[in-house]
Design a protein around this ligand. Structure first.
Ligand code: NAD
Length: 364
């Protein structure tokens, strides 16, 4: 097994160090190779996704990714911005299915912005299509308007589009995932306004005919945003397009207490994947040693389960995370009265201790 380790920028390097530490105590045989990506790669090689990094990602069995970005790159031409590295990896590796589980650990119900009874036991899975939609659609750009409300004015435009095979394959992924869970899929669209999403809905209904054991319902994205905070436990699997999924999965993140708890997996058609926390590089806390490494550690567990066929090792990581939370350890983002505040490294050490059977030390 070869794992490409791409720490990236900001807190990316801090949280990745903890995930690698955890992987190294699992008694597994694997090779890792680390490469620069994002702003760090731009500084060293003049490009956020240098060819050497892309080649490593292509040759590896799985990729563990930290986070990229910093406000200091905001003025760069778009192609050189750190975030382009993620889009490039998704595109070149065909990573079309993004799994974002939103699980509220029982120990963290009080860290959620919602009432504990609304999120206790929450376990939903958002499946976001990742390589299509308005994020990749062409043409896009800036021009002088020839029509619309202000002909002659400067305008910008993007193109929202989905082809039948793109919708079919993500719908299959969602129905198959639901079969292993509570057998319910909610397809989120905007079919009342957008042609692209009427087509999305029609194709999802067609694919559903092959999964009579799975229930399907449809929801407009505005209603889905509302239902996610009103009754999140009513969902099981949510499948949606790239842009709606981007927004809804961050909303779901807050239900779980913190974006610092949310892992994600982006898979290709043969389950090769890129695994990363759902959050960004958090420049506001970078270098302070206070970032929550659990989303990255849990992403490593997803990697072991989905791409490297090591479900027991994945279980060990997930049980260790629960044990650490039960012991009362919390990074600042999930801290609450009566729990012990720890830094990034201490949190990683505690997960390692839980895996290796050592006592998890707390000051209190
Ligand atoms: P962000 O996710 O980096 O941070 C949002 C807030 O959450 C911040 O207050 C941050 O401190 C906090 N936070 C995030 N991760 C945390 C963690 N592990 N522990 C504790 N707190 C955490 O989003 P942003 O501030 O909008 O973006 C910052 C940069 O990250 C931008 O350059 C953006 O483009 C980039 N970004 C990258 C990715 C990625 O690499 N996949 C995703 C989103 C944003």
């Amino acid at each position: 097994m070869k794992i490409a380790i791409l720490p990236g920028d900001g807190i990316g390097t801090e949280i990745m160090a903890e995930a690698v530490k955890v992987l190294n105590v699992l008694d597994l045989t694997f090779e890792t190779e680390t490469a620069l990506v994002g702003g760090a790669a731009y500084e060293a090689h003049g490009h956020p996704l240098p060819e050497s990094t892309l080649n490593l990602a292509k040759s590896a069995d799985a990729i563990l990714f930290g986070a990229v970005g910093d406000w200091k790159y905001d003025k760069l031409e778009r192609q050189y911005r750190p975030e382009q590295a993620i889009l490039g990896l998704r595109k070149h590796l065909g990573l079309f299915a993004n799994f974002r589980p939103a699980i509220c650990y029982e120990q963290l119900t009080h860290a959620s912005s919602l009432k504990p009874e609304l999120v206790a036991g929450l376990d939903i899975l958002i499946i976001r299509e990742l390589t299509g939609d308005i994020y990749f659609g062409q043409p896009r750009g800036r021009r002088t308007a020839v029509d619309g409300h202000f002909p002659g004015a400067e305008e910008a435009f993007d193109t929202m589009r989905y082809s039948r095979p793109e919708i079919e394959r993500i719908a299959h992924v969602a129905f198959q995932a639901a079969r292993k869970r509570n057998k319910k899929v909610t397809s989120v669209d905007k079919a009342n306004v957008l042609e692209t999403f009427q087509f999305w809905k029609d194709v999802v209904i067609e694919v559903h005919a092959q999964y009579p054991d799975v229930a399907l319902d449809h929801m407009y994205v505005d209603n889905a945003a509302m239902q996610l905070v009103k009754a999140p436990k009513a969902f099981d699997v949510v499948v949606t397009g790239n842009m709606f999924g981007d927004i809804l999965s961050d909303e779901a993140a807050m239900l779980t207490g913190s974006i610092g708890m949310l892992p994600s997996a982006s898979l290709d058609k043969s389950n090769k994947g890129l695994y990363e926390p759902s959050h960004g590089s958090a420049p506001d806390i970078a270098g302070k040693g206070i970032a929550n490494p659990l989303a990255t550690i849990l992403s490593a567990a997803m990697m072991l389960r989905f791409s490297l066929n090591q479900p027991q090792a994945a279980d060990r990581i997930e049980s260790a995370v629960k044990a650490v939370l039960s012991a009362g350890l919390r990074t600042g983002d999930i801290w609450s009265e009566g729990t012990q505040r720890v830094g990034t490294r201490e949190m990683g050490d505690a997960v390692v201790a839980a895996i290796t059977g050592k006592t998890i030390t707390t000051k209190s």
